[in-house]
Design a protein around this ligand. Structure first.
Ligand SMILES: C[S@@+](CC[C@H](N)C(=O)[O-])C[C@H]1O[C@@H](n2cnc3c(N)ncnc32)[C@H](O)[C@@H]1O
Length: 157
């Protein structure tokens, strides 16, 4: 199984992209993981939030392949502890044959078409993070999960 993270808009702040690079470098030791960036809309100022979500949905759908198992990151999704999330990833390693695709929405979230396409929704907190911050937080949790599965002393509880 490969893990693919689809994000809307490139990471703009160096302090976020530096952290992402660091955790991606660490993750590669455990699993095939990559990030795909959907470019920002060029004329976003002239579009309503719903129009932006629909255009982003068109681009998200083009990035998906048959057989992908699709999980949205969404504050209204199911919550896990880090330990339970590691068990979740382990289960997916045994059951997802191709790509496990996590998707982070744009500044206004997802269109209904994307909610209908996904198999699951996961929340990292009931609080809302920016579409930029959440990618870094998620990748650190993925790394944490891999260290838990490998009995490494990164997570303590
Ligand atoms: C600024 S939020 C969008 C908020 C938007 N009002 C909504 O209702 O979805 C941008 C994206 O970050 C992700 N996100 C933000 N907070 C999250 C959380 N607590 N758990 C999981 N994903 C989150 C989601 O993918 C969301 O689409």
């Amino acid at each position: 199984m490969k893990i693919h993270l689809l994000v809307v808009g490139k990471t703009t702040a160096a302090y976020i992209s530096d952290a992402i690079d660091e955790y991606c470098r660490r993750l590669k030791h455990y699993i095939t993981f990559d990030i795909e960036v959907i470019p920002e809309l060029k004329n976003a100022k002239n579009l309503s939030f719903d129009q932006q979500k629909e255009k982003e949905a068109d681009m998200i759908l083009k990035c998906l392949s048959p057989g992908d198992y699709i999980v949205l990151l969404d504050e209204r999704g199911k919550e896990y502890s880090s330990l339970k999330f590691s068990e979740y990833i382990e289960h997916k390693m045994h059951t997802v044959p191709k790509r496990l695709v996590f998707i982070i929405g744009g500044p206004y979230g997802f269109s209904q078409r994307i909610y209908s396409t996904a198999q699951e929704k996961i929340s990292l907190s009931k609080m809302t993070f920016s579409h930029q911050m959440i990618r870094m937080i998620f990748i650190e949790q993925l790394y944490r999960a891999m260290t838990i599965l490998n009995n490494e002393p990164y997570h303590h509880e």
